[in-house]
Design a binder for this molecule. Structure first.
Ligand SMILES: [Zn+2]
Length: 211
């Protein structure tokens, strides 16, 4: 018990709460000691921030959707090695561009999507294909309803929000960002589990087609 207390006490010194958006993300990412615990809440007044999307300038609200969007893009732009995305519906061009930027700087990008949502005209699927990114999806009886992203197996973004403008500018949504390994590791394992399941099925299907 004392060990746990000491560990907790020690870790508390490293915690930097960035939920008020006044902290520097760059400093956090460069400091491997720093713990990231960040929460974003979107609500019905997020729609008021949508007109600012063109200039990408946040308004004075601490929970401005543009501010949150820029934070998420910053995290995506911080990826050095890997970017793993598992998301139900992905239509938001600004976020797709950040994913493509990662691919173009040789980050290994892996994406799992919900099959039924890839049929939408607004899905970024074709844009990813054009850029050499091949998202994985599989027709199932159930939905891939996840919304999580793992950066360099170290930073997790998860929550309710689909990567759509509707979600960012009008819905009640939440996003949690953390590099707490006890939380990140299970997500890493789950991403690998789903990816293996989907790609193994694809391989089996391809083989059976040739027989
Ligand atoms: Zn705003």
């Amino acid at each position: 018990m004392w060990q746990l207390y000491k560990k907790h006490k020690h870790s508390r010194k490293k915690v930097i709460n960035t939920s008020n958006c006044n902290g520097s993300v760059e400093q956090l990412c460069n400091n491997t000691e720093a713990k990231i615990f960040e929460v974003m809440f979107f609500s019905q007044d997020s729609s008021l921030c949508r007109p600012h999307l063109r200039c990408m300038q946040p308004c004075e609200k601490l929970n401005c959707s543009i501010r949150y969007l820029k934070r998420i893009i910053y995290y995506l732009d911080s990826a050095i090695h890997t970017l793993d995305i598992c998301i139900y519906f992905f239509t938001f061009v600004d976020l797709a561009e950040a994913v493509i930027r990662a691919k173009n700087r040789n980050v290994v990008v892996r994406i799992i999507l919900e099959d039924s949502m890839t049929h939408s005209d607004r899905s970024q699927l074709m844009n990813f294909y054009k850029e050499g990114i091949k998202p994985v999806f599989k027709e199932l009886d159930v939905l891939v309803h996840h919304k999580f992203v793992i950066i360099d197996n170290n930073i997790l973004l998860t929550g309710s929000i689909n990567w759509t403008k509707t979600a960012f500018f009008g819905n009640f949504e939440n996003v949690l960002v953390t590099n707490e390994s006890a939380i990140v590791k299970p997500f890493v394992q789950e991403f690998e589990r789903i990816l293996t399941m989907f790609t193994a099925t694809e391989t089996k299907s391809e083989n059976s087609d040739t027989q």
